[in-house]
Write a protein that binds this ligand. Structure first.
Ligand code: ADP
Ligand code: MG
Length: 485
């Protein structure tokens, strides 16, 4: 059989994702029942959720606000009047026998999601974002099947990408970018373990250079970043091998089994008309009022990828660090507050360094988040300045950080009390250099004879003499002068 790598030279994978995001409302999309993960089965239902005769859905406006935030943040066109539709299918987790969703008049269209791929930004088109309700959950235990309707009626946004992702890594990155964005906007808790983000992956392959898309399969219900990547890799390989051995990809829905690491056909794809979509007569047209849009627009924060670019372009931060800084909004806010306390050109890189190594290191060790940091940004900046101005060395700075983090004491006060100011007095340093060199005649001869690696030995001796307080730049200069090379 031809190797996969060889096949990938000729064929290009094409992936489109449909991601369901659970919206962080207090109550359900069309009724007043609460939402709580892990509540006892069927304790969060009501006549509407149960589809009892005579019950009527009433749309929860809070869900609209959250969906609008996502629409605006993805640059989508927002439909001023959109409509709910019924999508019919029979399944025990859905007592009404239809799901309320949006069909031909979705709330948002033609937006985009920015991903960070290999340090650069890739913009992926979104075909649509629409509102819908979740179904319940079936659990099969031996000969029995249990139906829990607590999740039925929970509001979701379905985010549908254009078929523009070209590898499993990009697909996983799409999920990460969406996860980051919805948390940033506080639209969803986006807890993967609770199934707050679930993805269907559409996968096809085509000859490179071909315009038309190949026949796709759809992988259902993938609920982790890693599974997205594994499931898609597996499916790309399956399709390529099938084509290579003279077969054809069938349009079908497949179910990914994360435990087995493989997928199996679930059903041949149903067509839209199998669902008999029609506008839900129980629900009025959903109107987005200008005032609401105004509020949403005004409250929109600077988005993660915009900050990723700003940190690099304006504040001189590396792509890797910028990416870490935007991984969590509280981290980015901390960084911005620190920048504000120290608005010096190019200080961003140094601040990022202190934050990502010392501060995050300490927080991780204590198992707390940046929001709980005992070291506010202003205090970190006091320390950064002491190092920048040469009052203390970077090495001593780390010790001061540790103490200030632990005790809350001001860095300058600790430096004063411990007397660890850096020695930058030339005469004083020259005396130390003189002493160190005279005490090491053998090393001096060897160094002067060409053994360059001994230079570090002399620096070390000077640091030892000064308890690490010697200004390192001056130390290097003076040693070179004294040793003659
Ligand atoms: P449905 O799944 O309901 O049939 P669509 O036809 O609108 O919905 O497509 C849903 C998803 O499938 C989108 O994310 C789209 O990008 C993706 N998609 C469509 N055609 C292909 C293809 N040939 N290869 C890969 N993805 C595709
Ligand atoms: Mg689909």
């Amino acid at each position: 059989m031809t190797e996969l790598a060889q096949l990938l030279k000729d064929f290009e994978p094409v992936i489109g994702l449909e991601v369901h995001v659970q919206l962080a409302t207090k109550s359900k999309a069309f009724s007043a029942s609460g939402i709580e993960f892990g509540a006892s089965p069927n304790s969060l239902t009501d006549p509407t959720v149960l589809g009892l005769p005579g019950s009527l859905p009433v749309f929860n406006k809070a869900a609209l606000e959250l969906a609008l935030k996502l629409g605006v943040a993805t640059g989508s066109q927002i439909r001023a009047k959109s409509r709910f539709a019924r999508k019919h299918y029979f399944y025990p987790d859905q007592p009404k026998n239809y799901q309320i969703t949006q069909f031909d008049e979705p709330l948002c269209e033609n937006g985009h999601l920015d991903l960070i791929v290999g340090g650069a930004v890739k913009r992926v088109k979104l075909q649509r974002i629409h509102l819908e309700e979740d179904a319940g959950k079936n659990t099969h235990v031996g000969a029995f099947s249990h139906v829990d309707l607590n999740r039925a009626g929970v509001p979701l946004c379905e985010v549908v990408s254009a078929p523009e992702l070209t590898s499993s890594e990009e697909a996983a990155e799409f999920m990460r970018a969406l996860h980051r964005l919805v948390r940033w906007l506080e639209i969803s808790e986006a807890d993967m373990e609770k199934g707050h983000l679930r993805c269907d992956a559409n996968v096809s392959v085509r000859l490179r250079g071909e315009d038309r898309l190949g026949t796709r399969t759809e992988l259902k219900n993938i609920n982790s970043f890693r599974f997205v990547q594994n499931a898609i890799d597996h499916e790309i390989a399956r399709q390529l091998r099938l084509i290579d051995s003279g077969g054809r990809v069938e349009r079908e829905t497949r179910l990914w089994d994360a435990d087995l690491g493989q997928s199996a056909p679930m059903r041949s794809k149903e067509e839209a008309n199998d669902y008999r979509y029609f506008p839900d007569p129980d629900l009025p047209v959903m109107v987005v009022e200008g005032a609401l849009m105004g509020n949403i627009l005004r409250s929109l924060p600077e988005l993660p990828v915009a900050r990723f670019e700003r940190y690099q372009k304006i504040h001189n931060v590396t792509a890797d660090d910028a990416r870490t800084l935007i991984s969590d909004r509280a981290l980015a806010e901390y960084f911005d507050a620190a920048l504000e306390a120290h608005p010096k050109d190019g200080s961003g890189r140094t601040i990022a360094n202190w934050m990502l190594t010392e501060l995050l290191g300490a927080l991780n060790k204590a198992g707390i988040t940046i929001a709980q940091s005992p070291m506010p940004p202003q205090r970190l900046i006091s320390l950064v300045k002491l190092v920048e101005e040469g009052t203390i060395s970077g090495k001593i700075g780390k010790e001061i950080f540790e103490e200030s983090y632990r005790t809350g004491e001001d860095p300058a006060a600790i430096v004063e009390r411990r007397g660890v100011q850096q020695i930058s007095d030339e005469a004083m340093l020259w005396a130390v250099v003189e002493k160190v060199v005279s005490a090491s005649p053998k090393q001096t001869t060897d160094y002067q004879g060409g053994k360059d690696s001994l230079f570090g030995y002399f620096v070390g001796q000077v640091m030892k003499e000064t308890q690490g307080r010697a200004n390192p730049v001056m130390t290097t200069d003076l040693l070179r002068k004294r040793l003659g090379r």
